[in-house]
Design a protein around this ligand. Sequence first.
Ligand code: PLP
Length: 470
Amino acid sequence: MGLSLGPNRDRVLDHAAHIVSRTWAEFDVARDTQPETSKELALLLTEGLPQDPSDPIAALDIAAEALDSSLTQARPRYLAYIGSSGLEIGALGDLLAHSHDPNLALDAGSASDIERQTISWLGEFLGYHGARGFFTSGGTVSNLTALAAAREKALPRSRSSGLGSHTLALYCSAEAHYSVTRAAEILGIGGNNVRSIDIDSQRRLKPDALARAIETDRAAGIIPMAVVATAGTTLTGAVDPISEIADICGDIWLHVDGAYGLPAAATHSAGSLFVGLDRADSMSIDAHKWLFVPKACSALLVKKPELLARAFSHNEAYIPHEHGDTNAVDVTLEYSRPLRALKLWLAFKVHGAQGMRDAVEDNLAHAQLLYTLAHAAPDFGVLESIPQLSTVPLRHVPQNISTADNSRINAHNAALQLALVADGRIYISPAQIDGNTWLRPCFTNFRTTNADVQVAFDVIREVSNALASA
Ligand SMILES: Cc1ncc(COP(=O)(O)O)c(C=O)c1O
């Protein structure tokens, strides 16, 4: 049977199912420590290439043990960065998709229909009507793909001729994700031609500053290529004013980077922040962030896929175009394309749009709860504006540190973040905001509960006070 699992197949599958079921049960409730890798496992993980076969069940057990002692975003008190949470039905979707392993570079029959349908559902969920688009490996690639199309629209044939004597500029908030600058670098626009636009007191791009920057560039003969509105900044979850930005754009390409925050557009409590979304030329959304499915599952939504084709299509001899077909490979960056859509398709099918919306609402409520607790506590510092989405930067100031001693507060919170990670009850990341060090909890996990939020708040205070008095 060569590489097939042969007669062992059902036994191995049952064992894998058992491991997964045990893992999910363990994820239901947060654990109080992050276990260390055992000596035996550490040794095993330095062994050289195995030449001979071994028992698949034993191999799966080693993998399960290694994963159990890994840092996993799926745990309910993993509050660092912007996590994905390994939605159960999504994980099964991946298993199914990877078992069949279609290549969505070209039309793969029903698998391609699933991708199309999921994009359309996503558009409906977000209020982006008539959405077309594709799944990609992440927000970085979705942003790059959109901006490649924007470059070709701003300067036709630049994909083949280069920019020549032209200078193109890109506009985004000072707190846009660095993938925007990376896209400018890769596309030959130049990182220096990314205009970092001032933000307001709620950390949202200032439309009047944007208008001035565009005007100044035009007067200097520079071509405005695209504006990127961030719908949920990585640092604080600020949502740029999309409608006002769209008013300024006119025919300049408007891309919305909603890799993190866009799912909140579907909610009752935060939906109004996203007014104007429907006017965007393109948008990125990472379902592997706040739609809970496993990595990697980003989508690029557009209204006019032909603009992607202008930037990406190639006429290779081995790619069929007989019926004027536009293959995914003609409109995206990748050739080998796994069926990333299935996990999100299953998530919508099994939980319904309402179930997904409710889970995002829960995370929004977690953020409000933590902000309320910290705001009311004299020993915590929070940002002046309440969280727009699910990120809640905060600092703890123990009694023996003066509130006027900013550099000590910064040093203490940097040490506190490390102490919290060592403690293991919660996992939290640091962030620099306006030159100060903050803790930056972010809620994007369907397993997190209000009780976890309270634990996080109490643990931060407890570990901080212990650190200060040590
Ligand atoms: C606003 C924003 N855009 C883009 C990205 C990049 O996404 P990915 O890590 O999927 O490439 C992130 C990641 O956190 C993000 O927060």
